[in-house]
Ligand binder design. Sequence first.
Ligand code: ADP
Length: 373
Amino acid sequence: MKKLGILGGGQLGRMLLQAAANYPVVTFVLENDPDCPAAKLCQHFTLGDFRNYDDVLAFGRQVDILTIEIEAINVDALETLVAEGKTVIPSPAVLRTIKNKVTQKAFYAQHAIPTPSFVVTETLQDLHQHTDKLPAVHKVGEGGYDGKGVQMLHSADDFPKGFDAPSVLEQKVDIATEIAVLAAVDQAGKVVLYPPVEMVFDPVLNLLDYQLCPAQIDKTVLWKAEAIVMRLVKAFGSAGLFAVELLVDKQGEVWVNETAPRVHNSGHHSIEAHYSSQYDMLLRVLLNYPLGNPDALSGSALVNLIGEPGYSGPARYEGLEEILKMPGAYVHIYGKAQTKPGRKMGHVTVLGTDRIDLTRKARLIKEGLKVKA
Ligand code: ADP
């Protein structure tokens, strides 16, 4: 049986392992926390740092195929492993491009992929040369996640909130809708696309509230999004599963915000709502099997279970039993012992007939299920 190594042991790795249980494959995980969400579901767990060259090299040498569930991987080690004959998906080159927003944006520009126009800043001081670009969005090159490396700069008064490290300063898009498209590329280069999902934001907190699939977008927006994603994955030239986040502006233009070269939060709903989930699809790619069917079996809403503000400590899931009684709701708890404000602790996918039904169910779940300590 082939040996599959997953770099990173978070919830994405855990759900990939759940899908891997259906295939003839032996699973290995590298992560520096023996209690991480993936540790108990893999067959072989290695304690180590995926940012460290030696750790990644030693881990990779014992498997046949490697994939990632986080971008912050030691790419030099992956390049050595490719040179030694290992299959690494996505390719180290793509990972190198994507893991830094400066090189990621430059790649879009080089390949004529529509993305908000930008300049690169090296220090906080550099922002003062670009007051003409305001209002704009400052994004740190490396180390940001879940909005933590992103700052809106409305005026020069906001400059102290920016990043004193290599970053991009990006034109602010007048957003009508945020959507995401998952693409799977097999080892022969064949591509399939999942239907777009739509992010619904809390207008007060400006945080992701829930996600709906299908997205409510015009046909022309759909076609533009699909054409852009197709061109993008062709440009990457790598097998893998790619999550492309897109901004749709009020004129109906479509812009690439960012890409993750891996399974993604925006694809969790595919476990129950699509023929082949993003996890099943990635396994097919990794094991060189035919691609699955990305189409939806049902409309779905996805609600992330986030650690409630004001609570830190052993996690308690308030309202869980009520949500488990809801027809068509699928609860996923990631097995993280400790909750803290904003931590992703689980998610719920709920199936529904139409947008009104899905919105109602998503709100019930948001209100009814809280992660506290
Ligand atoms: P992260 O990598 O932390 O998820 P993103 O680059 O996705 O950060 O940005 C987070 C959010 O900021 C986006 O979901 C979007 O709402 C907003 N945003 C990002 N870029 C722009 C932009 N150019 N114009 C307007 N809003 C933006």
